[in-house]
Design a protein around this ligand. Structure first.
Ligand SMILES: Nc1ncnc2c1ncn2[C@@H]1O[C@H](COP(=O)(O)OP(=O)(O)OP(=O)(O)O)[C@@H](O)[C@H]1O
Ligand SMILES: [Mg+2]
Length: 247
């Protein structure tokens, strides 16, 4: 395995609370890795540390060959982060939102117009380029947020619940785009609340109370748990962990 993301004992505390607890995680270059877990498991906190946006309390993480705590800017230059609540300007059009992020990332001239054109074609958002972001459907808003993130030309894409609240048809469209990005050589680390989506990832990590309690390919996870789908694996594993943890 050629890991492009590697964490060792990655930990983040908020006072007494250990939000991420000694995480050892490796993500291979070119794979799509899904992080799942109940609310508050520490998924967003993990992503923020990997994006160089929040310092670990203990342990370390390397992303694209750079240490997230020592060289956060080098990490930020190579990644795209689509936050759980990504900032779109509802009064601005699709095009204007894209221009805003292109400015922010210093993408200008012919490169900006080529990239914007390709992204609008890939997401089939061309017909909506002049529509205000506030008037878009949930699925289209997420596609716009993804395009804005991709204007940074990232090597690694971090997506925090990118399809939350999006209808099944739009979710499928979104996945078609993700597979296209994988073909282009981008590595994707995503969190999702949808276990059928996790099933489409190369590997899945199950987080619970800050720890990675399972990590493997979906088929292997199902086989090991004797479960027919990831939802059953998830429920059984989390229940067992809670019983063991005394709550
Ligand atoms: N800035 C912060 N200050 C204090 N506590 C925080 C902070 N950020 C997160 N937490 C706490 O850390 C824990 C993990 O939060 P996190 O947002 O990483 O979970 P999550 O797995 O992303 O949850 P969700 O599925 O609800 O998005 C939670 O108990 C949360 O309340
Ligand atoms: Mg979260």
């Amino acid at each position: 395995m050629d890991p492009i993301i590697r964490t060792r004992g990655l930990t983040r505390r908020f006072g007494e609370l250990v939000a991420v607890d000694g995480l050892d995680l490796e993500v291979a270059r070119g794979e799509i890795f899904g992080l799942v877990g109940p609310d508050g498991a520490g998924k967003t906190t993990t992503l923020r540390m990997l994006c160089g946006l929040m310092d670990p309390t203990e342990g370390s993480a390397e992303v694209a060959g750079f240490d997230v705590a020592r060289e956060p800017q080098a990490v930020k230059d190579r990644i795209g982060y689509m936050a759980q609540r990504f900032g779109l300007y509802s009064d601005l059009s699709v095009r204007e939102n894209m221009d805003f992020y292109a400015d922010l990332f210093g993408v200008t001239g012919a490169e900006r117009s080529d990239l914007s054109r390709r992204l609008l074609a890939m997401t089939r958002m061309e017909p909506f380029r002049d529509r205000r972001a506030g008037q878009l459907s949930g699925g289209m808003k997420q596609k716009l947020a993804l395009m804005c993130t991709l204007l940074h030309r990232p090597e690694i894409l971090f997506l925090d619940e990118p399809t939350n609240g999006v209808d099944p048809v739009s979710r499928r469209d979104f996945w078609t785009i993700l597979y296209q990005l994988l073909k282009d050589g981008i590595t994707i680390l995503m969190t999702t609340a949808y276990l059928d989506e996790a099933e489409r990832c190369n590997r899945v990590g199950l987080m619970h109370r800050g720890s990675l309690i399972r990590c493997d390919a979906p088929e292997a996870l199902k086989l090991a748990a004797g479960a027919e789908n990831l939802e059953a694996v998830f429920i059984r594993t989390v229940r067992a962990a809670e019983t063991a943890g005394g709550s």
